[in-house]
Design a protein around this ligand. Structure first.
Ligand code: TXA
Ligand code: MG
Length: 341
């Protein structure tokens, strides 16, 4: 059978089978494009690394942005993040709806670290409509960026998703045109204060009216939103130095390997992890944050990182590794690292 014409499958959201089909597809680690009130999201089970990694592959993202974890309720959100009273007020008033809250991630959140890109905060949102039903049927949070190829406009119809992503998404739930049409407003809540990370579907003035306090735009007063912490280099740094494109392990180093490549002195490494013994970049992406954290915990001063191919998800993996290595210019072994750009 020629399946090429069947992909992506587009099913209307009010089909009685739609919610169960979408939840089953997500549970099998596949992607589903889902309508929200803002834009269509490219969803994956937020607890599964191999599923979340496919989001970055399908979008062709050259780096790992942290993703929004979508929930079906405040109760589900509170198993994932720590809610201070101000955050509860915001969720009570604006959820479900186009407001995303950035909060400290809970200790046993169950989220895969690719969702937060290794940060200790998480972006959470309860969307309106059928996506919430899909999340309830799955019983787990759904990570979803906008369902467009990297660098293209966010889609507000099922047709736009299919035009942009084509066979990279196996299933699209067609919920018609999005009512809001711009992405959610993102607010970081901490210590009783609110910082605007991205303007969006909920006007900032409305948030100020409801809470009776100001939303902080930018400390410098330029009016520009605060840069999302996920884009700051320093947030990606482990304690250990990183030495990239290593073909040998030096004394005292841990090793982050990739594929079957032979690394001189690998047996002397303080600790060894292989991102993907088979050389599969999706598997490597799924393992990246947890393996870096594990090697960091070994106490090694430096992690030698084997070369990772610079195509597909390898672009995002190498971007992440460069960010982790960037602040470590003082380390003598590291000169080579940065010149590899
Ligand atoms: O309306 C929306 O928000 C849509 C729908 C699908 O929900 N989603 C969306 O996702 O716009 P995305 O990935 O295109 O944008 C999410 C933004 C990114 O700019 C990311 O940097 C930021 O949220 N973000 C995620 N987690 C963060 C965190 N822990 N701290 C700061 N920013 C974070
Ligand atoms: Mg986007």
């Amino acid at each position: 059978m020629d399946r090429a014409h069947d992909i992506p499958q587009i099913i209307t959201a009010d089909d009685p089978a739609a919610v169960v089909l979408a939840a089953r597809t997500l549970a099998s680690d596949a992607l589903v494009a889902l309508p929200t009130e803002t834009v269509y999201g490219l969803g994956a089970d937020a607890t599964r690394g191999e599923a979340v990694a496919q989001i970055f592959a399908a979008k062709g993202r050259p780096h790992f942005n942290p993703l929004i974890a979508h929930v079906d309720s405040l109760a589900m959100a509170q198993t994932i993040a720590v809610f201070e009273p101000l955050a509860v007020t915001l969720a009570d008033h604006f959820w479900p709806g186009p407001l995303t809250l950035v909060l400290p991630v809970a200790h046993a959140s169950g989220l895969h670290p690719l969702v937060t890109a290794g940060l200790d905060t998480v972006a959470l949102r309860q969307p309106r409509g059928v996506m919430a039903d899909v999340i309830s049927a799955l019983g787990r949070p759904v990570a979803a960026p906008s369902a467009n190829p990297s660098g293209r406009l966010s889609p507000t119809s099922a047709r736009a998703v299919a035009d942009g992503l084509g066979s990279k998404v196996p299933l699209i739930l067609d919920g018609g045109d999005c009512a809001v049409g711009v992405e959610s407003t993102i607010i970081a809540v901490s210590g009783g204060q609110m910082h605007l990370l991205r303007p969006g579907g909920v006007p900032v003035e409305e948030i100020e009216t409801v809470t009776g306090q100001p939303v902080i735009r930018d400390p410098s007063g330029s009016g520009k939103p605060v840069q999302a912490p996920g884009q700051l280099l320093s947030h990606y740094a482990p304690n250990a130095w990183l030495r990239l494109n290593a073909d040998a392990v030096l004394p005292g180093e841990a090793l982050l390997a990739f594929g079957g490549l032979t690394i001189t002195g690998a047996h002397t490494a303080v600790a060894v992890q292989n991102l993907s013994p088979q050389g599969d970049l999706v598997e490597a992406a799924a393992n990246l944050f947890a393996m870096l954290a594990g090697l960091d915990a070994s106490g090694a001063q430096c992690i030698a990182v084997a070369p990772v191919p610079d195509h597909g998800l390898g672009l995002a993996i190498n971007d992440r590794l460069r960010r982790a290595a960037a602040p470590r210019t003082a380390h003598p072994n590291n000169e080579v690292v940065l010149s590899h750009g």
